[in-house]
Design a protein around this ligand. Structure first.
Ligand code: PMP
Length: 360
């Protein structure tokens, strides 16, 4: 079966070799002659799988021993509430907002205490991430929260945000594992799995243990400390999701790790932005050049009718999922780790033909 080029923003493309291997685990996991979905999460085989996933993640991101790793449910959106529930307390929390997901996170935190929004919006639009060292944070803030890649707006930080002694909490849902990061600059990183890590239904949480100790969530599953007992599984995790995650992480290791992936991702993004910039203004990028996302390439055409036609015609060419988020419009090409270079090249060819045929 020839595969379509899948530009969806999440759930998103997975490596074909992972899907092939998952066929086996679907019916016979680790020689158990049972599906990975049929075995107990307390079985030796599943606990070994969970540990394998954690170890691979630790190896890929160089996560030090004084951080814990958990696989939660509820999506990144649940973290929007759980983070303030556990860590906001009586002090202020600073929310750096560079797009729609940062806005949502700040809104979810507001009922739990004092939230200060540091918005980068200008003229009703998000176009950039702050430069390294540009922002000033509240003294004695409980934490600073930011979104390292805004999936809808196509805006990405090109650096690990630093906030001195204030703990940094990062929603890395749409660029985790796309490049090396310095985990020690963060107190807490979370990411919904469905873009670069695996299927939806699992949220990866990486938390520094001193912050973990300060968790004061009001109920068992809403307090991070509950994940430290019973093999990090206070209840039944998404066993299938964890299985696919382990396969994706193994794939990443076999590809050569995050440095290799970063170079590949940079090449793909550069080619695509060059095509946008080289179109004599037919296409134009929505983010400032220095803040352009390598994962979600967002651009516009001369009008909404042409954007609609672009998506429809692209689909007939086997290029699927290019319509921008319903709140943003325009075009968004999501080119995560597993998205192949060949698909980027095909999109660029299509863009050239489409511009030639539709230039006003
Ligand atoms: N944060 C970011 C950066 C996202 O891209 C998304 C989903 N696209 C979310 C949070 C929300 O994730 P979920 O649907 O897993 O709750």
């Amino acid at each position: 079966m020839s595969r379509i080029f899948n530009f969806y923003s999440g759930p998103a493309v997975l490596p074909p070799s992972v899907l092939e291997r998952a066929r086996v685990g679907l019916t016979d996991f680790a020689g158990t002659r049972m599906s990975v979905m049929e075995i107990s999460h307390r079985s030796d085989e599943f606990i070994a799988l969970l540990r394998s996933g954690e170890q691979r993640l630790r190896a890929l991101l160089h996560i030090p021993g004084h951080y814990s790793v958990f696989f939660l449910q509820g999506g990144a959106s649940l973290q929007f509430s759980m983070v303030p529930m556990n860590f906001l307390g009586k002090a202020v929390a600073d929310y750096v907002i560079t797009g729609v997901w940062g806005e949502k996170a700040a809104k979810a935190a507001a009922p739990f205490g004092n939230v200060r929004q540091i918005s980068l919006m200008t003229e009703d639009r998000y176009r950039r991430a702050p430069g390294d060292g540009e922002l000033r944070f509240s003294e004695d803030a409980s934490y600073v929260h930011y979104v390292s890649n805004e999936t809808i707006d196509g805006i990405e930080f090109d650096h690990d945000l630093e906030a001195g002694s204030v703990p940094v909490i990062c929603d890395a849902s749409s660029n985790i594992l796309s490049k090396p990061i310095d985990v020690e600059k963060y107190a807490f990183i979370y990411a919904g799995a469905q873009k670069n890590i695996g299927p939806s239904g699992v949220t990866v949480v990486i938390i520094r243990n001193d912050l973990l100790e300060r968790s004061h969530g009001p109920a068992p599953l809403l307090n991070y400390l509950s994940y430290t007992s019973a093999d990090s599984m206070p209840n039944t995790p998404n066993t299938w999701g964890v299985y696919i995650i382990d396969l994706v992480l193994e794939w990443l290791q076999n590809e050569g790790g995050l440095q290799v992936l970063e170079e590949r991702n940079m090449r793909k993004a550069r080619l695509l932005y060059d095509a946008v910039d080289g179109s004599d203004g037919f296409y134009w990028g929505t983010a400032e050049a220095a803040s352009r996302s390598r994962m979600n390439v967002t651009f516009r055409l001369p009008n909404a009718d042409l954007e609609e036609l672009f998506c429809r015609e692209a689909k007939t060419e086997g290029l699927v999922g290019l319509r921008g988020h319903r709140s943003a419009g325009g075009i968004r090409a999501s080119i995560y780790n597993a998205f192949p270079m060949e698909g980027v090249e095909r999109l660029i060819e299509f863009m050239k033909d489409f511009a030639d045929n539709n230039r006003p």
